[in-house]
Design a protein around this ligand. Structure first.
Ligand code: ADP
Ligand code: MG
Length: 249
């Protein structure tokens, strides 16, 4: 099958199951993400949201079912796996910046090492991205010299520097002081508007309402309900979702 139009989903999970020992953490997951789509994943802690994200760039192998990216099964190893990891960026709750590298180096490392971009070109592009996320003035500082919100914006610039086809965000604002949440969400809303394909684990309803095409509610390893954000937040159909929303709203 060739990948020309935007009609084939970028990512498709079919009948995906995943166990940690006896613990069935992903149960028969069926999910597609189309190009340019923003999918918000929401649900109680321990429900499998992080594991779901990690299966998509194959940080976690699955036990049954299939996951395709651009119509092809996820590669298990080698250059193809490295390419997948470059194509599917990831932004974590804990930023995961390299502490002993500057902000600029954090952003140029992947493009130079993995994408084989010449240093000067990588630095030029990194400065554009740091500009875009509003921290260009801090390019020569180290992560610890920046606020949490600035570090997370650096992590987003680092993901973008790889020219990913999709970015997975796993609770990107959960570790931030409240006053820094919005500056990160604003960057993400900008990316969504620019057409980046995104899967975002977050409980930030404002973000979901403004940027998401679809909300997926996950609990106990299953997709319990999914729908358009406004509908989901105002009129969830399952008891499980109603109960969850009553606790976080
Ligand atoms: P969420 O992100 O929704 O909080 P997770 O995907 O992190 O949920 O976890 C789902 C379940 O899998 C939890 O019960 C968690 O304890 C378990 N789990 C996650 N990672 C591992 C692991 N590496 N080894 C064993 N159990 C794990
Ligand atoms: Mg999680």
């Amino acid at each position: 099958m060739t990948e020309t139009g935007g009609s084939t989903p970028l990512v498709r999970l079919e009948g995906v199951n995943k166990y940690f020992g006896d613990h069935h953490v992903l149960r028969d997951i069926n999910l597609t993400v189309s190009r340019g789509e923003v999918v918000v994943v929401i649900g109680p802690s321990g429900g499998g949201k992080s594991t779901l994200c990690r299966t998509i760039n194959r940080l976690e192998p699955i036990d049954s079912g299939t996951i395709t990216f651009e119509g092809k099964p996820l590669p298990a190893e080698g250059k193809a796996l490295a390419r997948l990891r470059a194509d599917v960026g990831m932004v974590f709750q804990s930023f995961n910046l390299f502490a002993h590298k500057t902000i600029l180096e954090n952003v140029t490392l992947g493009p130079i090492k993995v994408r084989k971009i010449p240093r000067e070109q990588a630095e030029r592009r990194a400065m554009e991205l740091l500009e875009r996320v509003g921290i260009a003035a801090h390019a020569s500082k180290y992560p610890a010299q920046l606020s949490g919100g600035q570090q997370q914006r650096c992590a987003i610039a680092r993901a973008l520097a790889m020219d990913p086809k999709m970015i997975l965000f796993d609770e990107p604002t959960s570790a931030l002081d409240p006053e820094m949440v919005q500056e990160v969400l604003d960057v993400m809303i900008g990316l969504a508007r620019d057409g980046m394909t995104m899967m975002v684990v977050t409980h930030e309803m404002g973000f979901a309402r403004r940027a998401a095409n679809r909300v997926v509610f996950m609990a106990d390893g299953q997709i319990v309900e999914e729908g358009e954000p406004e509908r989901f937040f105002t009129d969830p159909t399952t008891e499980r979702a109603k109960d969850f929303l009553s606790k976080i709203l």
